[in-house]
Design a protein. Structure first.
Length: 479
């Protein structure tokens, strides 16, 4: 049909030759010509983009621009075969009537129908059904300009999900890298191989950037529980490394999450109100990993914040925070294996040195252990603190540095205290790390209240990172 529209002279030439050679009626000749064209073109096109016919028509005939997937060509071939089969059945009935006057056409058609049913039983066709209307994700992609293509997961040979991706590609019209095909092109094959590895390697990100791919879509409706956890781990690494950026979650086949490949689409931004829904993952556990804060802040910064709150009942100033954060993290590098464990081992000696400072000693030097416990409980909202072995709750004063450091460290590491201070500390660390100043109270209270209500740590971090103040600081020339 496309050939007939694009080059009608070919159609009429083939039609005239067949009609002149066989002398059949025009209707039957038209069907035969159409069947021959569909079979020949469909078979040639289904051979893939490396075949000369496929590449030539795609480059030179505008009407074939939408015929991007080899499976589409195979459908044309199937249509031609169906038309040819119908013509053949009609011919068989005609011959039977001519040779046996008593034969009935209905009986011949019934026999052919039984043959078709038998074939379907032996080698049944697999039908993949999808909604006729475009889903929410397809509408979003249709409105999204792209420098590269689109990769959708999961992708696996024989999985019906890839056919769903092709169906929805007709709605959004974006270049689909992981399309269903009669064969696997090298790029699709490499994506399949990388996706099936456990864990999914960082080579997957490199391939997305090299293709280039603009966006990655994860369809959780097609993922088994184990695969979902592996994909989530890969997404955490990619987002944390700044190679992927979460855009939003949409309704497609169940749930689908959209991520931008930052190297290809650096201007893509998380949509307002978006919530990062990773299967089986606590949002609070992922808060620092998906934030734009320095990598070590989850361990060093959060610890320093809690230290001041537990001991002095207040958050540190920016100068105090910066000095103590550097001191605590000076002995380790965040990119070295085991750095978290080494950092935790530095906490006791750091606290022992910290309590010798004047702000702490002015308050606690004359307090008994029982009084110190009461002060720590008041500052932490009732943290459970264990009295060190050998210390008496009724002693005159806690003068042993190790004992006092152990009491304070016990309060700082109390799970209830950590949970109560998490949101306030998360917001305060964004002031320290991104704006390079202490919090202003009206703004600080507003952000904490917003975080308490929404629980969307990712959006809070993105708001700070893209704020005018943070951008102006990043763009300011170094002194």
């Amino acid at each position: 049909m496309r050939v007939a529209v694009a080059r009608p002279q070919i159609y009429y030439a083939v039609k005239a030759r067949l009609k002149g050679a066989r002398g059949r009626d025009a209707g039957r000749t038209d069907a035969g010509v159409l069947s021959a064209i569909l079979i020949a073109c469909g078979f040639a096109g289904s051979s893939g983009p490396n075949f000369i016919f496929y590449s030539w028509v795609l480059d030179h005939l505008w009407i074939f621009k939408s015929q991007r997937v080899p499976a589409h060509w195979a459908m044309l071939c199937y249509l031609g075969l169906a038309i040819g089969a119908g013509l053949g059945a009609t011919r068989i009935v005609g011959l039977a009537r001519g040779r046996r006057a008593g034969a009935r056409g209905a009986l011949i058609y019934a026999v052919l129908l039984c043959a078709i049913l038998f074939e379907q039983r032996v080698a049944p066709l697999s039908f993949v059904r999808g909604r006729a209307e475009p889903d929410e994700l397809s509408l979003r992609l249709r409105q999204t300009p792209m420098r590269g293509g689109l990769v959708e997961l999961p992708i696996k040979a024989g999985n019906e999900s890839v056919f769903y991706y092709v169906l929805r590609a007709a709605d959004h019209g974006r270049p689909l890298i992981t399309a269903a095909s009669s064969f696997s092109p090298p790029l699709s094959q490499e994506i399949i191989e990388l996706w099936q590895q456990r864990p999914i390697p960082d080579r997957f990100f490199e391939l997305l950037e090299a293709i280039p791919a603009s966006y990655l879509v994860v369809h959780y409706g097609y993922l088994a529980a184990d695969d979902a956890r592996e994909v989530d781990a890969m997404l955490r690494r990619g987002t944390k490394a700044g190679r992927l950026r979460f855009i939003n979650g949409y309704e497609a086949f169940r749930r689908a999450d959209l991520y931008a490949v930052v190297k290809t689409e650096p201007q893509a931004r998380t949509e307002e109100g978006a919530t990062l829904p990773l299967a089986g993952v606590d949002q609070r556990e992922m808060a620092f990993e998906f934030s734009t804060l320095p990598r070590a802040y989850r361990e060093t910064g959060f610890f320093v914040y809690r230290l001041y709150k537990a001991a002095l009942g207040r958050a540190p100033t920016f100068a105090e925070f910066e000095a103590d954060d550097k001191a605590l993290g000076a002995a380790v590098r965040p990119d070295e294996p085991g750095w978290v464990e080494r950092l935790k081992s530095q906490s006791p000696p750091f606290v022992k040195g910290w309590i010798a400072r004047q702000p702490f000693s002015q308050v606690y030097d004359r307090l008994t252990p029982r009084q110190m416990l009461a002060r720590l409980a008041a500052n932490t909202g009732g943290a459970h603190v264990d009295i060190p072995a050998g210390a008496s709750a009724d002693a005159d004063a806690v003068r042993v540095e190790d004992a006092r450091a152990a009491l304070l460290l016990s309060a700082v590491e109390d799970k209830g205290f950590i949970e109560r201070e998490f949101n306030a500390a998360f917001v305060a660390l964004h002031y320290f790390g991104l704006l390079r100043r202490g919090p202003d109270q009206p703004g600080f209270g507003m952000w904490v209240a917003s975080l308490d209500k929404s629980g969307n740590y990712y959006l809070i971090s993105q708001a700070f990172g893209t704020s005018l103040e943070a951008r102006a600081r990043r763009d300011a020339p170094e002194r």
